[in-house]
Design a protein around this ligand. Structure first.
Ligand code: 3PG
Length: 208
């Protein structure tokens, strides 16, 4: 099973921005308890690398990826920390080439057919559709994807995805998994509200 097939099996990917790496394991345990042992740890905070490293080492059952990967150096950092996949809100050909050379499965962000064709040319198997709701929601993605279904490309919509609309996204067969910050918000992580995070994960799993 490819790493993106494993993501697809979870169907929902918590997108994490975490300030203190000390929260890494309580966060991982809350997601595991909620039935969602998967996360995109974003390089939006300096804690990303240490967080990925701590979870990859101590909770190998978690499927850990790196998000908001914007540079070749962050591809290297993500790999060294133990990330098994990476994503980005946009598409950078140099970053994609570096990830491919280092064997890190990478899903770049796309919002238009032109972006999507650039991703296909770079041999991507999965792309992030970002920002999913403001860009037009499920019907926009359905229309963008239609001419490319024969390529087998699959999508990870994020940006405005919530508990209330996730089923609508997952009803599209080209959607591998949705993502979002609502499951484990930066504020809840900072406040140590891990019970709420486990509950949000459980609620998301129940809608899949
Ligand atoms: C992402 O990078 O995937 C988005 O920031 C998630 O958007 P959300 O905060 O609307 O879930």
């Amino acid at each position: 099973m490819s790493i993106f097939d494993s993501l697809s099996a979870h169907a929902v990917v918590p997108v994490i921005a975490l300030d203190d790496p000390a929260a890494a394991l309580p966060l991982a345990d809350a997601l595991i308890e909620g039935g969602l042992p998967v996360a995109e740890i974003t390089f939006r905070t300096p804690a990303a690398r240490a967080t990925i490293e701590a979870i990859a080492k101590a909770r190998p059952e978690m499927l850990i990826g790196a998000g908001t990967v914007l540079s070749e150096a962050q591809v290297d950092e993500a790999l060294d920390a133990g990330a098994r996949f990476a994503l980005s809100p946009g598409l950078d050909r140099e970053v994609l080439a570096h990830a491919a050379a280092r064997g890190l499965p990478f899903a770049p962000g796309i919002m238009t057919p032109t972006d999507l064709q650039a991703a296909l040319r770079a041999d991507c198997r999965m792309v992030k559709f970002f920002p999913a709701m403001p860009a037009g929601g499920p019907s926009m993605l359905k229309n963008i994807a239609a001419p490319y279904l024969h390529t087998g490309i699959r999508f990870n919509p994020t940006g405005g995805v919530t508990l209330d609309n996730l089923a609508e996204w997952l009803a599209l067969k080209e959607v591998a998994a949705v993502g979002g910050t609502w499951i484990a918000t930066r504020a809840d992580i900072a406040a140590g509200n891990f019970a709420r995070i486990a509950e949000n994960a459980r609620a998301a799993v129940a809608r899949v």
